[in-house]
Design a protein around this ligand. Structure first.
Ligand code: GDP
Ligand code: MG
Length: 598
């Protein structure tokens, strides 16, 4: 295709402002899918995305569009996730585009991630096209939203396109605006090859599939390509584009977004962010790519069955192809054997990895209590980083410790300000700024420990603001803290995999909470089971599981038969996944109990 007829853009917005719905509508209008096969959430193709109604992966799609000027354009666009955990996915999508549609919900207005996504797009010099969505809602305030687009975002309100992604209103106007306002790609197909790997995935039949954006040059089957960072060469077997499925093409040229298959055997060779060039005529240096993400939460993963360690490693490698932000190294536990210490971008990311391992790779796994990485100053003058309770030094050796802090920006209607400020204080936050965006909306900025925000902050914020407050954060560095290690003992034996690091002031509550959760999760066995929480030799919480059968149906209060059946099946399922720790059987769910909030 002539690059003049290509438009590459991503769809960014705060969560729930309608990105995936708009992506559906664009696909539907382009009639690339037979109506019989059309379904909602076309771009959310993982089961877990459909069930939760959220986008986790950025998804690239190519659709043809015949514009009012009579020309046939190819639109390559990427639907992106909105949750703060997945900002990395957004920045990868942005690096492969010339423009961005910035959606603003006409009833909600500009929110925290509207701003942060706009800054991301500006950093990469994208042309931003503001789109006002959900104009069909009775609460839609188009003039107010236009004002916010001008005042809060500093964008030209005359460019804004009002649409209803749900009802399909304004979509034709939007297509025309995309063609008119988003710049065509500029690279030349005659120059040496440079292409950015912005994603990849593993297909059980075809092997590794690499998603690329070609900036200059042309890539054809049969040619030998060089991966500039991993310094490996492969022969291209197939090139193609994503019209929802893989559609082979005879080449990919400057401006194109598509995939290549190159018989890749060593999965580690494929690194998202790497540059592909022609092995015989390489470019001087790699493309700028995008910044590496640093994991902020760590947890260890163990196979339920110790013999499945190698299988788990393979599954992690394949998952890493499709989730470049996942990191891991080897770890081991007395209770659970060999496993992996993994780094995640947040708790939602951890949950997603857990579910994907189970569903896509059929791995039964145990995750240990998540932790942030602390900085510990030893009496010897040495300094160490510690994210794993197993490597936490003896208290006697520790001079002082520091924990990571974030700067949280919260935008809320002013009536919830009081609730939100109390919540932030409870989470050890220190207010650093407050500003009224207009008469009704306030932005407040807090510095808070990352560990406090990871757990239930997001849900609590939503509930104290009736869903109206939005939140975004950046990690800013370390501040002094008072750290301790909570051990959990089952029948007097410490279970290393249940230990966690905690701010000392929260330790009593946490230990009690974990013991209570464990009491719920552990099925009654032939003998009485004592569960204790301790700091060093001091016991700070205690629960007992009596030796009796646990009646799961008691919670159902009669009534719904199908619910009862489900519960029984669930219990059966849970029972299959037991881990012997000493002489006590712990269900898989017990290890996640520490995550559950009150
Ligand atoms: P995303 O998180 O930005 O991908 O948002 P989704 O596309 O998942 O949409 C979030 C919710 O808003 C869903 O319940 C959609 O049905 C709803 N929604 C999206 N667009 C519109 C719209 O134009 N009008 C109305 N009334 N609802 C919409
Ligand atoms: Mg979505």
């Amino acid at each position: 295709t002539d690059p003049q007829l290509i438009r590459n853009f991503c769809i960014v917005a705060h969560i729930d402002h309608g990105k995936s719905t708009l992506a559906d509508r664009l696909i539907e209008k382009a009639k690339v899918v037979d109506e019989r096969f059309y379904h909602a959430q076309m771009t959310d193709n993982m089961d877990i995305e459909r069930e939760r109604g959220i986008t986790i992966k950025s998804q690239a799609v190519t659709i043809p569009y015949v514009a009012a000027d009579g020309k046939r354009y190819l639109l390559n666009f990427v639907d992106t996730p909105g949750h703060v955990d997945f900002t990395y996915e957004v920045s990868r999508a942005i690096a492969s585009c010339e423009g961005a549609l910035l959606l603003v919900d006409a009833a909600q207005g500009v929110e925290s991630q509207t701003l942060s996504n706009m800054y991301l797009a500006l950093e990469h010099n994208l042309e931003i096209l503001p789109v006002i969505n959900k104009i069909d809602l009775p609460a839609a305030d188009i003039p107010g939203t236009l004002k916010q687009i001008e005042h809060d975002l500093g964008l030209d309100p005359d460019l804004a396109v009002p649409v209803s992604a749900k009802q399909g209103t304004g979509i034709d106007e939007l297509f025309e605006a995309i063609v008119a306002k988003i710049p065509a790609p500029t690279g030349s197909a005659e120059d040496p090859l440079s292409a950015l790997i912005f994603d990849s995935h593993y297909d059980p039949y075809r092997g590794v599939i690499i998603h690329i954006r070609v900036f200059t040059g042309t890539i054809r089957p049969g040619e030998t390509i060089l991966f500039m960072n991993s310094k490996t060469e492969y022969k291209v077997e197939e090139t193609g584009i994503f019209i929802l499925k893989l559609v082979p093409s005879k080449e990919l040229a400057a401006g194109d977004v598509g995939y290549i298959i190159a018989g890749i055997k060593t999965i580690e060779d494929v690194r998202v962010g790497d540059t592909i060039t022609d092995a015989d005529d390489p470019i001087a240096g790699p493309l700028p790519g995008f910044k590496e993400v640093k994991p902020v939460v760590f947890s260890s993963i163990y196979p339920m069955d110790t013999n499945e360690y190698d299988e788990l490693r393979e599954a992690l490698e394949k998952l890493k192809l499709n989730d470049a932000s996942l990191t891991w190294e080897k770890d081991s536990s007395i209770a659970l054997g060999h496993g992996f210490r993994c780094g995640f971008l947040g708790l939602l990311h951890l949950e997603v990895v857990q579910e994907r391992l189970e569903r896509e790779f059929d791995q039964a796994v145990i995750f240990t209590a998540p932790s942030v990485a602390y900085k510990i100053h030893l009496r010897t003058g040495e300094e160490m980083m510690c994210d794993n309770p197993a490597s936490y030094p003896d208290e006697g050796k520790i001079e002082s410790s520091e924990e990571p802090y974030i700067r949280a920006s919260i935008i809320t209607p002013s009536q919830y300000l009081g609730n939100i400020m109390s919540l932030c204080v409870e989470k050890r936050g220190i207010q650093t700024n407050m500003q009224y965006l207009d008469q009704k909306r306030v932005e407040i900025v807090y510095e808070m420990p990352l560990a406090e925000v990871l757990f239930d902050f997001y849900d609590r914020l939503k509930s104290v603001s009736r869903g109206y407050a939005s939140f975004d954060y950046d990690v800013i560095g370390f501040k002094p803290t008072d750290l301790c290690k909570i051990d959990i003992l089952i029948n007097s034996k410490p279970v290393d995999a249940l230990s966690q690091l905690s701010f000392r002031g929260n330790a009593y509550d946490k230990a009690r909470h974990v013991c209570e959760q464990l009491r719920e999760e552990i099925t009654r066995q032939q003998f009485k089971i004592a569960i204790q929480g301790a700091i060093g030799s001091q016991v700070i919480a205690r629960e007992t599981v009596n030796a009796l059968r646990k009646d799961v149906l008691a919670k159902c209060y009669g009534g719904d038969i199908s619910r009862k059946r489900k519960l029984l099946e669930k219990q059966k399922e849970g029972k299959k996944r037991m881990k012997m720790v000493g002489d006590v059987e712990l269900p898989q769910s017990a290890f996640l109990a520490v995550l559950k909030t009150k």
